[in-house]
Design a protein around this ligand. Structure first.
Ligand SMILES: Cc1cc2nc3c(=O)[nH]c(=O)nc-3n(C[C@H](O)[C@H](O)[C@H](O)COP(=O)(O)O)c2cc1C
Length: 188
């Protein structure tokens, strides 16, 4: 089972990165292979100028292609996903998320923008071919505590909600692969 996370935070001291680090550690502890696409590390000129064929973008796209599940994470910016995330998703080929389990993940400063997951991020995932989109996890800034020594800590509530979402994701990937096998077909 291959899982890839996509991080759409432009920040170098990102709270979203702390959530995704937890995701990676949890999945790796279960022996699962997890890949990471940090959009802020992709060449800015490729993202801004739409160079989908550059080597760096192609490598990232290959990771998405090989994944059974994709976890798409974004901070809420101006009541939506970040522009940075969109620059990368715009470069993905049509149907890139088809046949994959997709978990949306967002972090924001206010509960008022919880629905950004539903009205902004999920339609974007659907347009990329995702049909199996999990309910998603919305975290608040206060769930990711930055400590004076520079380290970060997740509170229990968000750790539990993330863990539950990962259990669901892994079970759904497993069930999808069994269904495909039972039908004798392939996902592509
Ligand atoms: C430019 C900008 C716009 C933001 N807009 C919103 C917003 O509309 N709603 C919200 O809940 N939080 C908003 N926030 C707060 C971020 O979502 C929050 O700080 C989040 O934890 C940032 O994640 P990061 O540290 O991974 O970048 C905004 C932050 C920035 C920098």
């Amino acid at each position: 089972m291959n899982i890839v996370t996509i991080s759409g935070s432009p920040s170098s001291s990102s709270r979203l990165a702390a959530l995704l680090a937890f995701v990676h550690e949890s999945l790796a502890a279960s022996g699962l292979s997890v890949d990471w696409i940090n959009v802020r590390e992709l060449p800015a000129v490729d993202l801004v100028c739409g160079n989908a064929n550059s080597a760096a973008i192609q490598q990232a796209t290959e990771r998405v292609r090989n994944a059974d599940a994709v976890i798409v994470g974004t901070p809420v910016y101006k009541a939506s996903y970040t522009g940075l995330l969109k620059t990368y998703l715009d470069l993905l080929p049509m149907h890139s998320f088809e046949g994959k389990v997709v978990l949306p993940l967002a972090i924001g400063g206010t509960q008022s923008h919880l629905l950004a997951l539903d009205y902004a991020l999920k339609p974007l995932l659907a347009v990329l071919g995702a049909t199996h989109i999990l309910r998603g996890v919305f975290a608040l800034e206060r769930h990711v505590v930055k400590k004076p020594d520079g380290s970060v800590e997740l509170d229990n509530e968000i750790a539990e909600r993330l863990s539950a979402a990962l259990v669901e994701l892994v079970a759904d990937v497993y069930n999808m692969s069994r269904t495909v096998y039972a039908g004798g077909g392939t996902t592509s």
